[in-house]
Design a protein around this ligand. Structure first.
Ligand code: 2NL
Length: 340
């Protein structure tokens, strides 16, 4: 009678183990068959009612059944674990022979590109490319450029003032002042860089923009020398010879001072919205370095003189690429930047 129960229990449980789909199924079988209140435990209780030698025989049967069930469960559990491992290995399979995806290449900002091009040109003409601090002294940004405290040119440049008599440079001219002080004549240098004005920002005004200024100090430098270099610069930028004209212009740090205009590249002369119907576009302020400026930086204006010019790199980039809003340039918007 007990033999039958043990046999049925064993075969039934083995069948359940074989068809178990998960560790939870297996656990259920274990509780039902081998648990404290499981079937085997029930049968063990009945052992007490048997004669001693019969009890030993059935007890042995019981132990064997228990051992077989445990072995079967252990084997099934290992099958589950192997299947899980196989599934994981399959899911995480990587073909190491595939070519690498490669990194996404960036590129230079349009303003940086123009800056680099001009640096290359001026280096080829024997100019040094020099740098200076963006936080400047009032002296280097204004006084040394013949702009004393009461000069109206200070009002025209809305300046970000800092503590301790410092400011954010409003042009790259202080780099030239420092170069004259440190290197002395003869000197051929350009100073490209970031400058700051306390402007209300709109489509054509930014508080931060890029400039390139240049100067040459030597003996008997003339406006003709200046024009030669200005034309070399324009031909390089626009990749063709641009017609230019010189108008008088006032800047405290040069004398005489000029506005150099180029013939409008959009309409070629007759007039259009870009040149405001004049046929000419204002491009570069320039002139011969004012004797006061030379003297203040320790250069004798009786022996040396020079020319200097300014060029808005940001404005140039806008002209070259047809960008109609200056704010895009510093927006960091990839949809804009990826067009270049
Ligand atoms: C500008 C810049 C100009 C210069 C800049 C210069 C620098 C020194 C001496 C003399 Cl240290 N000149 N730079 C010269 C002419 C024009 O234009 O932002 N103009 C509105």
């Amino acid at each position: 009678m007990l033999d039958r129960s043990i046999e049925e229990l064993e075969s039934g449980s083995l069948a359940r183990i074989a068809s178990a789909e998960s560790l939870a199924d297996l656990e259920a079988v274990r509780v039902d068959a081998l648990g404290r209140k499981g079937t085997l435990a029930q049968v063990s209780k009945d052992l007490g009612r048997l004669a001693p030698d019969e009890r030993a025989r059935v007890g042995k049967l019981l132990n064997t059944a228990k051992q077989r069930l445990e072995d079967a469960m252990e084997a099934r559990k290992r099958q589950f674990e192997e299947a899980a491992l196989r599934a994981r290995l399959y899911a995480e399979w990587i073909d190491l022979t595939l070519p690498a995806p490669g990194s996404r290449r960036g590129h230079l900002h349009p303003v940086t590109r123009i800056q680099r091009e001009l640096e290359e040109l001026f280096v080829s003409l024997g100019f040094a490319v020099l740098d200076g601090p963006e936080v400047e002294t009032e002296y280097h940004n204004f006084d040394a450029l013949n702009i004393p405290p009461e000069h109206p040119a200070r009002d025209a440049q809305d300046t970000f003032w800092l503590d301790g008599g410092h400011l954010l440079r409003t042009h790259t001219s202080p780099v030239q002042v420092r170069s004259m002080e440190r290197l002395g004549p003869p000197l051929r240098m350009i100073a490209p860089g970031r400058v700051f004005r306390n402007e209300s920002v709109d489509a054509s005004h930014e508080h931060t923009f890029y400039q390139l200024e240049g100067m040459m100090v030597d003996r008997e430098v003339s406006v003709a020398h200046m024009l030669y270099f200005m034309k070399a610069l324009l031909t390089d930028i626009f990749q063709r010879e641009a017609a230019v004209r010189l108008r008088p212009g006032y800047f405290p740090f040069v004398e005489p001072g000029f506005e150099l205009d180029i013939q409008c590249l959009i309409c070629g002369g007759p007039g259009c919205p870009v040149c405001k119907q004049s046929g000419w576009v204002e491009l570069m302020p320039c002139g011969l370095v004012h004797p006061n400026v030379l003297r203040m930086s320790g250069i004798d204006p009786e022996e040396w003189n020079g020319f200097a010019f300014g060029l808005g790199l940001t404005r140039l980039a806008m002209m070259r690429y047809g960008i109609d809003d200056i704010r895009y340039l510093q927006s960091g918007d990839l949809r804009f930047l990826e067009q270049f």
